[in-house]
Design a protein around this ligand. Structure first.
Ligand SMILES: NC(=O)c1ccc[n+]([C@@H]2O[C@H](COP(=O)([O-])OP(=O)(O)OC[C@H]3O[C@@H](n4cnc5c(N)ncnc54)[C@H](O)[C@@H]3O)[C@@H](O)[C@H]2O)c1
Length: 437
């Protein structure tokens, strides 16, 4: 990728558009509002709380990331979005049940101002939703045109300088890239003929890129992860990223498994099961949507443990992921992991992880960081796949000739080195030999 020259300053308002006004997006919106009013703290957000070491360890230069690279201020964020339901963001947040009544009440006035635009939706791609707030255009291409119009209207109405779009919609059914996804002409032709391989999330991605807006995909469905839109993003100078926010169980997997590999401990099996009771869980009850999620969750271990490179340690492990919809749990998911490892002379050991996590509490800071970093990338003239944002994703997008990097610690190093590179600072290799000369 071309090294960025000067980075345009983050002047004016930044629009944050989310297809999907559900658990993640409303938790993001409410959280940003409480933080910018000084009533809460942005825990989990690298852009807000993280620091970055610069230069030698002896220099003691460790600024906050948001002071090192100029990011948009939280006060400058303006939220909007689309949903198949007519609920405003307050009602949607209440339904999602992530935040308690006290926090909801404090954000109520603000959330009530965010009303969903009509969605480009098709039940063939998400079975368990029954909303009515849906666009009626005849072709998929016309739907994309309507989304583009929404974007322009929103920009004008809110006097925005720049915008970012983040897919926070439901997980669509499993689709593989086909011929129609290979180049822009075929893709546009397929939109016009309502081809079944074009899912609604692709229309939002296409519309965002057409309007010159960075796009990230928080769900595991294809959306922007195929050659036609990757090339289109490059041509339009638009940064893109995906897929699937790395929260709960996969976050744990990508923290633990690099540790096992670092110490050359073997793995016989990893059984992961989840119960959750939010709308996401309901959508994932459908086998088509579950398949998309399953593929996304299964990839991490394979790539981190490299069974081909370490056949005696990882050549034969059994990996299973289950997700069950269990309404009483709401958004407070429970993820159990049973991990069968082995050590010296092949002696077996077990690790059990029981993570009582709050999915959207983990996802909201990720969503915020993605918005701010994608806006930074756009101002820095970066385009196409932003692999340095892999840190945030379960199925990181990368160039076709590469394998995705899943190890959280390598991902973090890559992210911070990218920031140093953007700002013309020395990259940090952790060699440190110079301290002992
Ligand atoms: N909650 C998490 O921590 C987490 C983690 C990783 C990934 N994700 C993914 O992020 C996405 C959002 O998660 P959530 O928990 O907020 O789900 P949610 O069900 O609460 O919200 C999703 C919203 O998207 C809407 N929607 C579906 N299709 C749409 C379309 N075509 N246009 C506009 N709106 C549409 C739904 O009506 C719903 O309100 C899901 O795909 C989920 O798998 C969530």
């Amino acid at each position: 990728m071309r090294k960025p020259g000067s980075i345009a300053p983050p002047k004016g308002k930044l629009g944050v558009l989310t297809p999907g006004i559900g658990a993640v997006s409303t938790t993001l919106m409410a959280g940003v509002e409480l933080v910018r009013r000084g009533e809460s703290i942005p825990v989990g957000s690298l852009t807000q709380m993280g620091t970055i070491r610069l230069g030698k360890r002896t220099e003691a230069r460790v600024p906050k990331i948001k002071e090192f690279v100029r990011l948009a201020e939280l006060n400058d964020l303006v939220f909007g979005g689309w949903d198949v339901y007519t609920d405003d963001a307050f009602q949607a947040a209440t339904n999602a049940g992530v935040l308690d009544a006290k926090d909801l009440a404090r954000a109520e006035k603000f959330l009530k101002t965010i009303k969903p635009m009509k969605a480009a939706f098709d039940q063939n791609y998400v079975k368990n939703l029954h909303g009515t707030n849906i666009k009626q255009a005849k072709t998929k291409f016309d739907l994309a045109e309507e989304i583009r119009e929404d974007i322009r209207d929103f920009k004008k109405k809110n006097k925005l300088e720049r915008m970012v779009m983040l897919w926070c919609g439901s997980t669509e059914v499993f689709l593989k890239p086909e011929d129609v996804h290979q180049d822009l002409k075929s893709f546009e032709r397929a939109m016009k003929s309502n081809h079944r391989a074009i899912a609604p999330s692709m229309l939002y991605a296409y519309a965002a890129i057409s309007e010159g807006i960075p796009y990230a995909n928080g769900a595991p469905n294809l959306s922007v992860d195929f050659p036609a839109l990757v090339e289109y993003a490059k041509a339009k100078q638009v940064p893109i990223a995906g897929k699937d926010f790395k929260t709960g169980q996969t976050l744990m997997k990508t923290i633990l498994s690099p540790g096992f590999k670092a110490r050359m401990l073997g793995l016989n099996g990893w059984f992961s099961t989840n119960i959750l009771g939010n709308r996401d869980g309901e959508v994932l009850e459908d086998p088509g949507s579950f398949k998309t999620k399953e593929e996304s969750k299964l990839g991490a271990l394979e790539y981190i443990l490299q069974p081909k490179v370490y056949p005696e340690l990882y050549g034969n492990f059994y990996h299973k992921v289950r997700i069950n919809y269990y309404p009483p749990r709401g958004d407070n998911k429970e993820g159990w992991d049973n991990i069968d490892i082995f050590g010296w002379l092949g002696y077996p050991m077990q690790i059990k992880v029981d993570f009582l996590c709050r999915d959207s509490i983990l996802a909201a800071p990720i969503a915020l960081d993605l918005v701010l970093f994608l806006d930074l990338a756009r101002r820095a003239g970066m385009r196409g796949i932003q692999e340095w944002l892999s840190f945030y994703f379960k199925s990181p997008m990368c160039a076709p000739e590469l394998y995705p990097e899943h190890d959280l610690f390598i991902q973090l190093m890559k992210l911070k080195n990218t920031l140093r590179w953007m700002m013309g600072e020395e990259l940090i290799t952790h060699l440190g030999a110079e301290y002992y000369d």
